[in-house]
Design a protein around this ligand. Structure first.
Ligand SMILES: [Zn+2]
Ligand SMILES: [Zn+2]
Length: 262
């Protein structure tokens, strides 16, 4: 059985917990560690998990809301950090003498951690070598996509067939256009290497939706340039579902445990 939960999601910190249980063997990985060491432990505890019950930390890219305390947290709890070579280079200033055990992974080369099969794929985003991930216990498949500026055929192909999907709904285009953000920041966020607008997330969802896709989570919502209703509404419209059918990964509250399949 595979399930997932969010410690939190948004520009102030992202962290997703994924668990695969097969009999007595349980594998748990943290996907991004965008909160401080103590805050990460506190949020894990909220989900009933202690740091020493984790098996690894995955880091998508070097932006602070994702890498956060990943190296220090991993070093303290003796966990390996899996990330791309580019992210590893871009975060060299963060690794001290107590550097964590870093394992380099790259797009389209699947690897295993315990009972989890992990397939990284790359995305258009303004980072050195950003990865996003598809994870499976051999039965259920979870697709994760945040921090991407646009939809590409490669990205939608990687997400085909997932049973649960975490999908960035960063901003509403109209709200971003009318916001008080400086022009350069608006252009960065709304650009091809920025973040997914609700309507682009909806377009991606329309291409990967199938009858076995039973959990859809809107993630990485901007506090300033989006609302839960706009994000959930855009995704619900694609599925012919109601707003309540779309889960939201909240910045403060995260998201409680969800089964990937069934
Ligand atoms: Zn981010
Ligand atoms: Zn980013």
């Amino acid at each position: 059985m595979m399930r997932f939960a969010f410690l939190g999601s948004g520009s102030e910190g992202n962290s997703l917990l994924i668990e695969a249980a097969d009999g007595t063997t349980v594998t748990r990985v943290l996907l991004d560690c965008g909160f401080g060491i103590r805050e990460t432990a506190r949020r894990l505890e909220r989900l009933g998990v202690a740091p020493d019950q984790l098996d690894a930390v995955l880091v998508t890219h070097e932006h602070g809301d994702h890498v956060g305390s990943a190296y220090a947290f991993a070093a303290r709890h003796k966990l390996p950090v899996h990330t791309s070579h580019g992210t590893w280079l871009a975060t060299s200033h963060m690794r001290g003498a107590d550097a964590a055990d870093v394992r380099v992974c790259c797009a389209d080369h699947a690897f295993e951690i315990g009972g989890l099969q992990i397939r990284p794929y790359t995305v258009p985003h303004d980072a050195r070598e950003p990865l996003q991930f598809v994870l499976s216990d051999g039965d259920a498949v979870l697709g994760v996509l945040t921090d991407a500026g646009m939809e590409t055929p490669y990205v939608t192909a990687r997400l085909a067939g997932v049973h649960a999907l975490v999908l960035e709904c960063n901003h509403d285009r109209e709200m971003l256009r009318n916001s008080a953000y400086p022009y350069s920041l608006k252009r960065r966020i709304g650009g091809d290497f920025g973040h997914l607008a609700n309507e682009v997330a909806a377009s991606i969802l329309s291409q990967v939706a199938h009858t076995q896709l039973t959990r859809v989570v809107a993630a990485h919502l901007s506090r300033q340039n989006n609302t839960r209703e706009l994000a959930a509404g855009a995704l619900a419209a694609v599925l012919g579902a109601t707003l309540d059918d779309i889960l939201i990964a909240d910045q403060d509250e995260g998201l409680n445990w969800q089964r990937v399949r069934g």
